[in-house]
Structure formats: C-alpha cells, structure tokens
Design a protein around this ligand. Structure first.
Ligand SMILES: [Fe+2]
Ligand SMILES: [Fe+2]
Length: 244
C-alpha cells in the first residue's frame, strides 16, 4: 500500500494534488483537489469554512502555490462541505478575481454563501480548455446524485474523474488510496446519499466510454485504475436511496 503523510499535500498525478484532510474519527474525510496547468490553478470543491478544516486545505495549497494564484474554483454541487470555503477564497483574492464554475442549478445557491463573484454555468458535455496547450476539462451532469444540479469533471490529460459524492465513502480506517475495505465504505456512503438506481445507471453509462485512470471522490479514498471495474460493478448493483 502507498504510504502518505496526511499532514502534507500529496501529488496524485503530475500537477494534481490532494489537499484535503483525513477524519479518522467520524470517517468523513474531505478531499479538495488542486490542479495546475501553466498559469491556471484550479481548485475542486474547496470544502468547509470551519477553521479546523480550511486551515488544513489552505496550508496544503500554500505549500504548493500562493493562495492568490488560484484562477478557478470548480464546485460539483452546492453543499457546504464543498462550497463553505468559497467566501474565504474570495476574501483573499477579491471579488471576480477568479472564476467559479458549476452547473446552472448549483449556480443559484453560490450567492447564498455570501459570495459575490460571478458564477460561470456549464451544461452536460460542455468542456473548458485551460493552459497554453488547451487541457480539456469535461463536465458531465449527474442529476440526483445526490443533488438535481450535481456534476462531475473529467480531466482528459491525466484521465482523472473528479467524482464528487459519487464513489465516495465513509470509513474510520481511512487511507488516501482505496484499500480492501473501501467497497464496503462506499456502500455505506452511497446507500443513503445516492437517490435512485436509475440515476446511478445513467451516470455509469455516461462514463462508460471514458478512459479513467483515477477516480477522485470528495469523501473517502482515491480509486486507482485496477480497482475501478470493481467499484463500478459495486455501484451498479447497489440498492441506493436507502436510509435505515
Ligand atoms: Fe454533497
Ligand atoms: Fe459531500
């Protein structure tokens, strides 16, 4: 198993870092990710604004690049564990000095956090190109997984799927990379959080043609290539929308 120091940012692919925090007690780790392509500095799902959370993320980002260099924040839905820290980023960078990218439905909620920066809305299948070589980030909507306006991002260069709450897990024995217990952790998270098997199947059909090397969820562990077929299979067959 790959050993990591959870105190430090971890480069999971060239130019892509995990800048999250582990939660060994409640099993609810949060995983913001930082991607740098030339002058573009993209932060995915920045996370909570609580000092005990944001201080981890900020420290880790600043171990790589000054916070002020962030050019884009991509949020996959409107939950506070993704968006709570956006006002703190705005405070540091200034209003409209960075781009916020999400779906139209989610964009309606971003101002509710006291954010004044304009939000760029993207729709299903839309992509943006970043950096001089035009690195493509592809956005796929994932309705009702778990919010009607949720989406995921696929990085075509490093073949990473930033999957937000899909493929996420609750686990007390957290590790950055999925271990032999992760499918169970994923089930425990997915059953109550993912709404309906129809939507899960639609999503899995949608990503079928993508060449994915790494799945990076917003909670739990990163799923490496050899474990992806099993994770997809588990999700496909799982009864979701269950709260017991
Ligand atoms: Fe969520
Ligand atoms: Fe979440």
């Amino acid at each position: 198993m790959i050993k990591i120091d959870p105190e430090k940012a971890v480069e999971i692919k060239p130019g892509v870092w995990w800048v999250g925090w582990p939660d060994f007690h409640a099993g609810f780790s949060n995983n913001p990710y930082l991607l740098i392509e030339g002058d573009e500095v993209v932060l995915f799902d920045p996370g909570s604004r609580l000092d005990e959370h944001w201080s981890w993320v900020k420290r880790k980002i600043e171990s790589i690049i000054p916070l002020k260099k962030i050019t884009m924040v991509i949020v996959h839905h409107q939950d506070p564990d993704l968006c709570g820290a956006i006002p703190l980023i705005e405070e540091a960078l200034g209003v409209n000095n960075f781009e916020i990218v999400t779906t139209e439905r989610t964009s309606l909620f971003i101002p509710y956090y006291g954010v004044h920066t304009e939000v760029t809305s993207v729709s299903d299948g839309e992509s943006i190109e970043i950096g001089e070589e035009g690195r493509e980030l592809l956005f796929l909507t994932t309705p009702y997984l778990h919010f009607p306006g949720a989406m995921v991002t696929y990085d075509t260069k490093e073949k990473i799927l930033f999957s937000s709450d899909i493929f996420a897990g609750f686990s007390i024995d957290w590790s950055l990379y999925a271990n032999e217990y992760y499918l169970e952790a994923m089930k425990v998270f997915s059953q109550p959080y993912l709404s309906d098997q129809r939507h899960v199947h639609n999503f899995l059909r949608k990503i079928k043609g993508l060449d994915i090397e790494l799945i990076c969820p917003q909670h739990g562990s990163i799923i490496t290539k050899e474990k992806i077929p099993e994770a997809i299979d588990t999700l496909w067959n799982l009864e979701v929308g269950v709260w017991e």
